[in-house]
Design a protein around this ligand. Structure first.
Ligand SMILES: [Fe+2]
Ligand SMILES: [Fe+2]
Length: 364
């Protein structure tokens, strides 16, 4: 396990609350460790520390104070779960280096939001290594994507203007600095759906650059990529973020997202090509895909390209129930997916994403 990969949960003799541990597991690998066995090695692996101990118990407080002074603990955000909101507990937590604290139990949504914000701090620190253009493109587009999902959930029309502007930022960042660093930075974002949407957007831009398309087509590809799973706004979070493979019944619900995209994008006069990407990226050439069971030539080039970007992102990304796969292995598997994917296009995709072949896009 590498540095900054796990959420370390620290508990005392009272044990820990399984319900929040299950919530953390939805998003991260975890390391459960009692105060007494906590070591520098645990800190080295940690992305975030969550501490649930009785701060009123000297037998817990004393060893925790010592361990929190270990140098490797520096710069790791710490979330304290307090028994109750009283001054004494808050002061103790702050003295022990709390980045944030919440009274637990609390509603799941609140816990997830707090967790996400703390992890984002670490991730955003890593983004400082990006160029200014890349960092801006990442921050703005994630915010705009978040707004788009919120609007879709609330039945509001999605702002095309903001999305198009953020796509222009991504294209500009790509033109200046290439896609590799940007894609590596997005790989660490905690929200799988956003991460995946941004990755598919990036891969479609790579495809567009590879085929030397004109700027308006590149804008359409990036917009289609970022929005391709917007229908997941209607998918329950417990299915979307399930830390295990889906059951057959859950798959039935998950497979509704392209139809939901059609409903969401029916408002607002969207480019038909963007709609095609969002609705048809799960069609298969042999007609066994969904939602429309399109076959052969009915599946457009855009839907074929998005299917490739989508499958590649899924295979190479890490989920709590499966490790990430190398690009080479993923492409090998995809080359064997005849009937599902367009194989000549998979070969073109392989050329498009190889970093050594990354081309700097020349505006036309
Ligand atoms: Fe999808
Ligand atoms: Fe997708």
């Amino acid at each position: 396990m590498n540095k900054n990969e796990v959420v370390t949960i620290i508990y005392d003799n009272n044990g820990y609350d399984k319900s929040f541990v299950d919530l953390v597991k939805r998003y991260h690998d975890i390391n459960l460790v009692s105060i007494n066995s906590l070591s520098a090695t645990d800190f080295k692996r940690s992305l975030l520390l969550i501490i649930q101990v009785n701060l009123a118990d000297p037998n817990s407080l004393r060893p925790l104070k010592e361990k929190m002074l270990i140098p490797e603990r520096d710069n790791i955000p710490v979330l304290f779960l307090l028994n109750e909101f009283n001054r004494r507990e808050v002061v103790q937590a702050n003295m022990l280096g709390a980045s944030d604290y919440i009274v637990y139990p609390c509603p799941d949504e609140f816990f997830i939001k707090t967790l996400g914000e703390l992890v984002s701090r670490v991730v955003e620190k890593a983004w400082k290594k990006l160029s200014h253009t890349q960092e801006m493109a990442l921050k703005v587009s994630l915010k705009v994507l978040d707004d788009a999902f919120e609007d879709a959930i609330n039945g509001k029309e999605i702002s095309q203007k903001e999305l198009k502007e953020s796509c222009d930022l991504i294209i500009e960042a790509t033109a200046k600095d290439g896609l590799t660093d940007w894609m590596n930075a997005i790989r660490h974002h905690h929200n799988y759906t956003y991460r995946h949407s941004m990755m598919v957007c990036g891969y479609l831009i790579s495809f567009g650059i590879h085929f030397n398309v004109k700027k308006t087509d590149l804008q359409m590809l990036s917009l289609g990529g970022i929005l391709h799973d917007i229908g997941k706004a209607f998918t329950p979070l417990k299915i979307l973020d399930k830390p295990a493979k889906l059951t057959a019944d859950e798959w039935v619900i998950m497979r509704k997202h392209p139809s939901n995209s059609r409903v969401i994008l029916s408002e607002g006069n969207w480019d038909p090509d963007v709609l095609d990407i969002a609705v048809h990226h799960h069609e298969k050439l042999d007609g066994t895909g969904y939602p429309d069971g399109q076959k052969g030539s009915q599946v457009t080039d855009l839907a074929r390209m998005t299917a490739i970007a989508d499958v590649f992102s899924g295979l190479t990304d890490k989920r709590s129930y499966k490790p990430s796969m190398s690009s080479e292995k993923a492409i090998d598997i995809m080359l064997g997916m005849e009937g599902h994917l367009d194989i000549p296009l998979v070969k073109a995709f392989r050329s498009a994403i190889m970093p050594e072949k990354e081309k700097i896009y020349a505006y036309k």
